[in-house]
Design a binder for this molecule. Structure first.
Ligand code: AQP
Length: 335
């Protein structure tokens, strides 16, 4: 049995990108043999300032959404990151293992900091070290993510390798990313070259997992496309990022191959295609939104689920982190 770990930031409302790139895979993985650990990464969230009341609210909302998507807290461990201090303890050790040059190459930091590198938090810069600690604190070896996170996972492997090498141990295992092939990266509805993101200032750029039928239909109708009709083979979409994105979403949400989608709509304009796409999205997403609202109505139960998850997570992460601390040379603590 292997261990699976993945996390999502409780910032904003999860998007169709989070769902197709990660969450749907999280739910499917519960059916397998592996132990699944899913984390609301609130420590990562504050790398960009969050209003405290909103952060609390969004942590509840993201927990409710994960349950609504099908995460089963009896089978998987579901908890919030700040409740298990092992993440921070190991994260500090990794801050001292990772090299500045490695972090400077991270494209997500460059994207998020933009021209403002002197002004962003130092947490945003060392975020990938904490992400490596999130995974390695559990000796997890399989990590379901969208392909935007692949660079961070390579870094997590580099950190583990350097730790093992520097201290002469074989303590941290290698991590294998699990990326869904059809929808590794869902792009913005307004710009097919940018990823769909919950923090994009334009709500029109994304489908939120709590959008109602009207909002979904309207966003798809307004989604940017081009004047050409849909082609009959995927190769012809190479230089048409918006069309390629919509075909990828269509295939992922209906479970058809992209070839089958194109065979159905080849030669047609985007009107009928968008209508069917909106229908499929509404059928999938609206029930998730309804279930999310139902879970969110019972905060006591959500808190109980997260606390139970945190206790189970700590029982795994504490001994592994304590062992890493002994390897580094720290004296035993209060545990
Ligand atoms: N557009 C996407 N396509 C495919 N997968 C995606 N993921 C995010 N966006 C897409 C995957 O969702 C998981 C959780 O992501 P996160 O919340 O930890 O942070 P993120 O990757 O930075 O996602 P966002 O939506 O862009 O968040 P903000 O705007 O808050 O920074 C990850 O597995 C990610 O791969």
């Amino acid at each position: 049995m292997a261990r699976i770990f993945s996390g999502i930031q409780p910032t904003g409302i999860a998007t169709l990108g989070n769902y197709l790139g990660a969450l749907r895979n999280w739910v499917a993985l519960q059916e397998g043999e592996d132990e699944c650990i899913y984390c609301l990464v609130d420590l990562h969230a504050i790398t960009v300032f969050q209003d405290p009341a909103e952060l609390r609210e969004q942590t509840f909302a993201m927990a409710a959404l994960l349950l609504a998507c099908g995460i089963d807290p009896a089978r998987s461990i579901l908890f919030h990151q700040s409740a298990v201090p092992a993440h921070v303890r190991l994260g500090w050790i990794f801050n001292c293992v990772a090299r500045m040059g490695w972090l400077k190459r991270m494209t997500q930091f460059k994207d998020k900091a933009g021209k403002n590198q002197e002004e962003v938090s130092t947490g945003l810069f060392v975020y990938p070290n904490l992400m490596a600690a999130d995974i390695h604190a559990y000796h997890a070896t399989r990590v379901p993510v969208g392909d935007d996170q692949l660079q961070h996972l390579e870094l997590a492997n580099d950190i583990a390798e350097k730790f093992n090498h520097d201290y002469g141990v074989a303590f941290f295992p290698r991590i294998e990313p699990l990326v869904p092939p059809e929808t590794a990266r869902v792009m913005s509805l307004r710009d097919g070259t940018r990823k769909m993101s919950k923090s994009d200032p334009s709500d029109q750029s994304r489908i939120n997992m709590t959008d109602d039928a009207d909002a979904i239909a309207q966003k798809i109708r307004r989604a940017k496309t081009d004047p050409e009709p849909l082609p009959d083979h995927i190769g012809a979409l190479a230089s048409r990022p918006e069309a390629r994105n919509l075909v990828g979403i269509f295939a992922a949400i209906t479970g058809e191959s992209q070839e089958a989608v194109l065979a159905r709509f080849a030669g047609s304009g985007f009107g009928p295609f968008k209508e069917k796409l909106a229908e499929a999205l509404v059928a999938h997403i609206v029930p998730v939104g309804e279930r999310t609202r139902a879970y969110l109505a019972d905060r006591t139960e959500l808190e109980r689920i997260l606390q139970t998850g945190a206790r189970r997570a700590a029982a795994i992460a504490n001994p592994i982190t304590a062992a890493a601390e002994r390897i580094v040379g720290f004296l035993p603590g209060a545990e």
